[in-house]
Design a binder for this molecule. Structure first.
Ligand code: FE2
Ligand code: FE2
Length: 248
């Protein structure tokens, strides 16, 4: 029994592909096929696979039907969290999605899922991504402050959702946590953030995140040990479509 994670599949079996990189970068060529084969090799029926957002380019549930069917047909128990491109998933209507897709898929929002004696908690998260202003040497000398104010509001809402998830697990007696975000836990200016603070507050052992894809983004946030927790980037192209084992 093992726990795996990956993010940013950006499937488009029946919708319009919106990222040119997916057409031109070799890593994205037949990525659905590469990922399926890797899962079939690694993930057993009693394993759990957490998919941390940006599942599909579809703008509505009918436009995601084939993408969700592809995920359903992967081996193991599948848990999905929200990404910024998952237009089919209104956070407030997560109950309806679960009613429609369980037991094949579990959509995690404002709650937790058990894995051995761990609680898997998470939310989409949010990160201020600029625009940043650079000098002629490429050093950051400023940023869009209005966009930053807006980002702070979204971060606040996501922190509330994350706390709900932790508290639901805690109320049920869980004391060991793995925390999943779609966005990186920090922006490129930060060493720590409210998300790393919350991971520390509850004692999450690992923080798993995605969203940073394309080589230039792989080091936007924390990798490895930081203030007592372990951070892993699991965007699909970073992992070359091989899900990362998080726990035995
Ligand atoms: Fe993405
Ligand atoms: Fe994303």
């Amino acid at each position: 029994m093992s726990l795996y994670a990956i993010g940013d599949l950006h499937l488009h079996f029946q919708s319009v592909l919106k990222a040119p990189a997916q057409l031109h970068d070799r890593v994205w060529k037949n990525h659905e096929e590469k990922f399926r084969k890797n899962c079939e090799k690694l993930v057993g029926e009693d394993d759990t696979l957490v998919l941390v957002g940006d599942h599909s380019w579809g703008r509505s549930l009918p436009e995601c039907a084939l993408d969700l069917a592809y995920i359903r047909d992967l081996p193991g128990r599948k848990i999905l969290t929200r990404g910024n491109h998952d237009m089919f998933w209104d956070a407030k209507k997560t109950g309806q999605l679960n009613a429609q897709f369980q037991p094949d898929l579990t959509f995690l929002q404002d709650s937790y899922e058990a894995y051995r004696d761990y609680a898997l908690v998470g939310t989409k998260g949010f990160t201020f991504e600029g625009p940043f202003y650079l000098d002629w040497r490429g050093r950051i000398i400023g940023w869009d402050e209005e966009a930053e104010i807006h980002a702070k509001k979204l971060i606040e809402r996501e922190l509330q959702r994350l706390r709900k998830s932790f508290e639901a697990a805690k109320a049920d007696g869980y004391r060991k946590y793995i925390m999943f975000l779609h966005y990186p836990p920090t922006n490129i200016l930060e060493e720590r953030s409210s998300f790393t603070d919350m991971a520390e507050e509850y004692g999450a052992e690992q923080v798993i995140y995605a969203h940073s894809h394309g080589e230039s983004r792989f080091h936007d946030s924390i990798h490895g040990e930081f203030r007592g927790r372990t951070y892993h980037l699991v965007s699909g192209d970073y992992l070359r479509w091989k899900p990362l084992k998080i726990l035995e």
